[in-house]
Design a protein around this ligand. Sequence first.
Ligand SMILES: NC(=O)c1ccc[n+]([C@@H]2O[C@H](COP(=O)([O-])OP(=O)(O)OC[C@H]3O[C@@H](n4cnc5c(N)ncnc54)[C@H](OP(=O)(O)O)[C@@H]3O)[C@@H](O)[C@H]2O)c1
Length: 281
Amino acid sequence: MILVTGGEGLVGSSIPGAGLLFTDIVDGCDERLDVTDAEQTRRVIAERKPEVIVHCAAWIDPDQCEKDPLGCYRVNVVGTMNVLEAARAVGAKLVYVSTQLIFDGQKKTPYLEDDPACGLQQYGLTHFVAEQYVRSYDNHLILRTSLCHGRCRNGRRYGFVYWVIDSLRQGKEITVVDALWTTPTGVADFGRCMRALIDRDATGTYHHSGSRFLSRYAFAVEAAQAAGLDPSGIRRIDMDQLMAKWVARRPLYAGLDSSKVEREYGIPPSDPFAGLRAPLA
Ligand SMILES: NC(=O)c1ccc[n+]([C@@H]2O[C@H](COP(=O)([O-])OP(=O)(O)OC[C@H]3O[C@@H](n4cnc5c(N)ncnc54)[C@H](OP(=O)(O)O)[C@@H]3O)[C@@H](O)[C@H]2O)c1
């Protein structure tokens, strides 16, 4: 059995196939599990005895993390340590989902798995620290991805790209920054990649994200076109204007190079526009 933490969220929801047990702090899942509660985490995992734990429970809003660094540390680092100890106790494989925001964005081309990382803000830093704990356990798999969009188990669509599409559909003008580059990812592809690597008992660190490295602005324009919309309502803005609203620093060029997982397992990068060409419900 594969136990998923944060299983009501976007990434946890995306794992396909049978034998899954979804846990989360929110309602709707198979079992409530707050990963910051060490005793509850140990008990649920000891009772369920999963072969694999996919750990997706996290705080993911960089600005919320920056405003409340202790809260962020408690969920993203202490929560991961609790899940790690519980996994160790039952001998389960631990799959940890990490992020492109552990990188500083200075490289200007997509990052490889072994590139030096640190995190420019609490969100990235806590994921970087959590990764180090996870690596202390031999039976681990770390999968990093970037800027996901798709559907959660509750049917809701999540992701920057839907904000763009929904705004244009409503005739609104929007402003999108051109200076932030990444490799946007269709979360269904990432979920399939996770499942394939679990089924093949992969270990170590891998990247899996979109095939295109492009700016937020370019992504918004292409996504609008893929969805059959006129992109002229998207206005380009520069970073200074956004930083007036954002609390956390963002790396400028934070894409992921997914060639290792393709080379070793034949899994291609995600097509970030695939799901957008069909009519959106
Ligand atoms: N989405 C992306 O673009 C993206 C990109 C790269 C990496 N990732 C990583 O992938 C992982 C999953 O992200 P996601 O996008 O699926 O986020 P998400 O949709 O916010 O899902 C995370 C889930 O964890 C829950 N959670 C929060 N605190 C918890 C706790 N103490 N115990 C148990 N569950 C808790 C959240 O509940 P609440 O909603 O109530 O907080 C939410 O349901 C994260 O580590 C994230 O950094 C995501």
